[in-house]
Design a protein around this ligand. Structure first.
Ligand code: ATP
Ligand code: MG
Length: 420
């Protein structure tokens, strides 16, 4: 949550931080400056706010008081003011007369003043944001209104997708999930969305089909209890949610069903790794667009280059306020195969690979045959070293998120934080 103290420049939300989805609510904004309006306009087009209904107008608190003389206040009312501490309190007294008790009021102010902040909280204001408003910071503040920081941790969704079939995306996703849970001690859920041909269970030496189809078939019944029941435990901090891995059933998947499941799963563990199959459908696009991080695995070949570039371009355009996806180059150095040099590949895509994994059929073949991870069959191999490096990079992002959450929960201990 942003507060007078938290919105100091060094603590403002950045693209790396985890920002939750804003639920389906009405949000009315009365700003006083074009800059604030523009930042919120950008925020309202962001994927994390796409379910909310946002209207923006100028005029500050006075205009809001006028408008709500004759109509009910929305779920969230955001007002900007340039007033000093005393002026703000007077203006808000007028607003309180027309404001419904269920409305969460957020004030954007131009004074970074702890005393004002405390008075606002006492008065029942839900949040105080110090201008200048950033788009991601604004989304974070609004999402924070609906997410109790004391509740179970919100998971970061990291999706792995191959730039073409068979490039090693699933194997890498599973190894990274294992490393993050075993080595970095992060509670992780691997969700295998490759329902017909998924390999997660095989790679972890599990037999038996997983229950994700049950959840996809009746998304309205999905809650954390059901999801917990459908998951297979792979370790003290690692669980798997997977599909039947058979072609016996016809599987048509709705984006809405996957959304529901992932939203429940992300409340169950701090990290959710999603193994996204190499195919293109509305629900695949939806899953990628709504991930906190996307990892594209490619081999150094022309078809993978073309597809990776198309994916990167689409994702960058659709998620202008997010970090670009990560790139992994895998199976580099296949004997006698003409390959695109790593640097040329990176230049063409516009992203440096986070790691380059050698072609290592012995290690990967043994891991697959044994139903074990690369770290278990060849802990000293170059492949294990590189995969460990990627896991550390991802754990670094995870830690940044945890630190932000810790500071939020400390602030939440302040009394009178919620509106009366
Ligand atoms: N660096 C590597 N060196 C050698 N073999 C590898 C390497 N990475 C993955 N493999 C092997 O490549 C095969 C395909 O891997 P995987 O199933 O993970 O790919 P995928 O991209 O998920 O494929 P699909 O499109 O079928 O989902 C597996 O047998 C795996 O063990
Ligand atoms: Mg796969």
């Amino acid at each position: 949550m942003n507060t007078a103290m938290q919105t100091s420049p060094q603590m403002a939300a950045t693209q790396d931080e985890l920002v939750a989805l804003v639920p389906r609510v009405d949000i009315h904004i009365f700003c006083e400056t074009q800059e604030t309006g523009q930042a919120i306009q950008v925020a309202s087009g962001d994927r994390r706010m796409s379910r909310a209904h946002v209207t923006i107008q100028l005029g500050g608190i006075a205009a809001a008081v006028q408008v709500y003389q004759s109509q009910p206040t929305p779920h969230v009312l955001v007002v900007e003011t340039h007033g000093s501490r005393d002026q703000v309190m007077v203006e808000l007294t007028r607003l309180a007369e027309v404001c419904q008790a269920t409305t969460k009021v957020v004030v954007i102010g131009h004074v970074n003043d702890v005393i004002l902040y405390r008075e606002l909280m006492k008065a029942g204001i839900s949040e105080y944001i110090v201008a200048p408003v950033t788009s991601v910071g604004f989304i974070e503040s609004i999402a924070g209104l609906f997410n109790d920081p004391k509740a179970a941790p919100l998971g970061r969704i990291v999706s792995f997708v191959g730039a073409k079939g068979g490039v090693g995306s699933s194997t890498i996703a599973h190894n990274i999930g294992w490393a993050l849970s075993q080595r970095q001690n992060i509670d992780t859920i691997i969700t295998d969305l490759d329902l017909a041909f998924g390999t997660a269970a095989l790679n972890f030496n599990q037999d038996g089909a997983g229950g994700i189809m049950d959840a996809l078939a009746q998304p309205d019944r999905v809650d954390s209890t059901l999801i917990d029941r459908l998951m297979t435990k792979l370790g003290s901090k690692l669980s798997l949610l997977n599909g039947p891995s058979t072609v016996d059933r016809d599987m048509s998947i709705e984006a809405h069903a996957v959304e529901t499941i992932l939203n429940v799963v992300r409340y169950s563990a701090p990290l959710v790794i999603v193994d996204v199959p190499n195919m293109w459908a509305p629900w695949i696009k939806y899953t990628l667009l709504n991930s906190d991080e996307i990892i594209i695995t490619a081999t150094p070949e022309l078809p993978a280059l073309r597809n990776a570039k198309n994916l990167v371009d689409m994702l960058k355009a659709a998620r202008p306020n997010d970090k670009p996806p990560r790139l992994i180059l895998n199976q580099v150095g296949v004997p006698k195969r003409p390959e695109i040099p790593v640097n040329d590949f990176a230049k063409a895509i516009g992203i440096q690979p986070s790691v380059v994994i050698p072609h290592d059929p012995q290690t990967f073949g043994m891991a697959q045959g044994n139903g074990q991870m690369v770290f278990e069959v060849a802990p000293k191999s170059k492949s294990a070293e590189v995969l460990g490096d990627l896991a550390r990079q991802l754990a670094g992002n995870q830690k940044a998120v945890a630190d932000v959450k810790k500071s939020s929960s400390l602030l939440a201990k302040l009394p009178l934080f919620k509106k009366k």
